[in-house]
Design a protein around this ligand. Sequence first.
Ligand code: NAD
Ligand code: DAU
Length: 365
Amino acid sequence: MGPKDKVKIGNKPMRVLVTGGMGFIGSHFVRHLIQSFPDLTAINLDKLTYAGNPANLEDLKDEPRHVFVKGDILDTTLLAGLFHEHHIDAVVHLAAESHVDRSILAPKEFIDTNVSGTLNLLSVALKSWESRGLMESARFVHVSTDEVYGSLGFNDPPAGEDARFTPNSPYAASKAAGDHLARSFHRTYGLPVVITNSTNNYGPFQFPEKLIPLTITRIMEGKAVPIYGRGRNVRDWLYVEDHCRALALVLFVGRPGDRYNVSARCELTNLELVEEIASLMDARTNPARASRELITFVEDRPGHDLRYGLDSLKIARELGWRPQVDITEGLSVTIDWYLENRAWIEGILSGDYLTFFEKWYGKRL
Ligand code: NAD
Ligand code: DAU
């Protein structure tokens, strides 16, 4: 917990299954759990797709309270074995196919992991916790996205927890289906599910297919930075560690059956954001040519949502969560991390990444 979180967590030992814990948010979340809760063990189940990277948790490789298991949430036998062997009493479900552009190229994997995988996990948790009498005390946190609410107009108020679902990409539709399943398991079977919907995260260890790390790494290489359309689309940016503190609060004190939005209320157009990154980078590296000149407007993403923005008054009011990192500080930390971790970047900018990049940007750049 951060110093400003008012909710105090008891000393109850917990054995938390974190799915997708080698991905971007998952690895920050596992680290947050291990560092903040000395009685807690994190069982980290990750398939290690292109987005899962053990280097993200290199610092925890000898930590006995971090147990990594390579596996797929589609494997029901594996899941049942993990619940039994590790006495799992909480799940934080982050495993997903997470990139919108990839969902446009190949939607099926998104349905497999984000819908069928979520259903498997819910079903195995239900069976295990019913048989062990844990239906009151256990928790299943389903981690979702603002994209399920669909696109806002420029003048709309930010979306609240009761906003209508209008997912527009195959990714968003698969996440919406997962949310509905999670909610239905609470309503139908009494599974202690809590759902979170957060805005766009950023920070160290983010795979450089997403806008912020893509921009930073392209500028580092002196290459064109692709912006879809005219760069007028708006996203609401959240520093990943602020998100992790919210997830921990929801895990320990969130109300089963409820949904909590998580937003730092930081809306920027893509062009504003990329220009800010360029200027923060130039202040550090002093290049011969201003990095903003690398900005290249390219063919738009099909179905591109105009604007996301969330109202997260509920988690502030009920759980005492507040974001602690503003965008300038968050971007600065993130940029410094990428500048200092070229080996991590080089480990990624190969193989699958290059295949995807060519397929998606080949005709754009
Ligand atoms: P990510 O793509 O960086 O990581 C996903 C992880 O899931 C990877 O480690 C991958 O190996 C693992 N995984 C994928 N399929 C799996 C499977 N079948 N079985 C087991 N593991 C599997 O994603 P992220 O950006 O860290 O997002 C994590 C979660 O948060 C996702 O559910 C995403 O929808 C949600 N979310 C992300 C954002 C964001 O801005 N990144 C915002 C809101 C919500
Ligand atoms: O809103 C939360 C969501 O944020 C998460 O649920 C997703 O997992 C995550 O991928 C992210 O989705 P976005 O589509 O908003 O993120 P992305 O970084 O892909 O794009 C951010 C904005 O930047 C979006 O308006 C598209 C634009 N963009 C993106 C890329 C990759 C560009 O203009 N050029 C690009 O090359």
